[in-house]
Design a protein around this ligand. Sequence first.
Ligand code: TRP
Ligand code: SF4
Length: 419
Amino acid sequence: MQKELTPWSGADSLDYQQIVSEFGIEPIEPLAEDLPEVPYFVRRGIVIGHRDYGSIVNAIRNRQRFYVMTGFMPSGHPHLGHLMVMREVVWHVQQGAEGYIAIADREAHAVRGTSWEACDAFGREYLQCLYALGFRGKTYFQSRNDRLKDLAFESATKVNFSDLAAIYGFGQDTSLAHAMSVITQVADILFPQIDGGPAPTVVPVGLDQDPHLRLTRDVAHKLRMFTVEDRREYISARSKNAPGEALFEIEKTFPRSRRYEGHVDIYGESFGRVQEAVRRIELRYGGFGFYTPSSTYHTFMPGLLGGKMSSSVPESLFTFQEADAEVRKKIMGALTGGRATVEEQRQLGGEPERCPVFQLYRFHMIPEDRELEEICRACRAGERLCGICKKEAYERVKAFLADLRERMAEVEHLVEEAA
Ligand code: TRP
Ligand code: SF4
């Protein structure tokens, strides 16, 4: 049987490489070389895959408009497991993206049964963390965004129940609200383009969220009035559901073109120029002109006890507001890649790749690659022992949290303005 990847099953047991090849996600490394600055999460193999990230690399390089958008489900406090996506969003904003954050309160309410009051309180915490980490841009709660709901409804005209069954394994007993939260996420991903106009959009997510992206890319394509294709000798603009006049207008825009029933063939023009012109015409006739959204995929940091990091296992993670003593206890109690005895460890060395403490360093606590490499080397060589290593990890986390909390207090007003 084929392994199923749904946003609700967790991807911990799935082999990343297999997912990448099976679902058509491309490895990100070859593309990243063209970035003006390769972020640590790509250098360290944390973000490993993408769809259509090339258009984002181009936008960064050429300083063209693009969006970064992602969403957070406010079913609990933001915690260590959310930090990666937050940092990816902030990085893209720093590279020139216009940022958008959805607080997925409809999803939390539909899928987790979180009360609206709790959604509101948790949602604000997420936003505060994001601003504290350097996010700037637009934010909204799904339940209070009417244009989003309209876009979700329009998107729903392009999705049927067998699509949902095939993509998410939805069945007879799936609640309608769950299906509505799925289509709301589709709308989240397309929302920047109706708010600020068509432009490439990157959605940084964990691999588990890819089904949403596949669905959204399909919907974005279906909501277009035209399909523009490069046929080498000419460029074809084919109408899917465009009004007849729009077809005339394309013909008028390009003197060297020929109009047929349902399509126009354009000669002697660049693909990019035709795409842009068709998009503008589409917008004039009430269409969306969407760019198909891009995405990046990160792997998951293991929980502090090994295995999956999950809010249902409180020892597997810490939240950003947790008391220092609690955080300390969790880190000191973490699983390591160490050996049974000190002698053995001195002899054989530790196993950092299997060590949650090392992964904490690698994902979040050590910005310098050299320093991380040195810890890795010393661990493997048996020069570094777990007790000290965990204490150092805790000291770093403590400093990080103190700084984050201070910043969170400073940006509280930004959340008030947004929510
Ligand atoms: N479904 C996502 C989660 O489980 C949250 C989410 C909502 C999201 N809207 C989104 C993610 C848009 C990316 C893009 O956490
Ligand atoms: Fe992990 Fe540090 Fe122990 Fe190595 S020394 S196994 S990195 S805790």
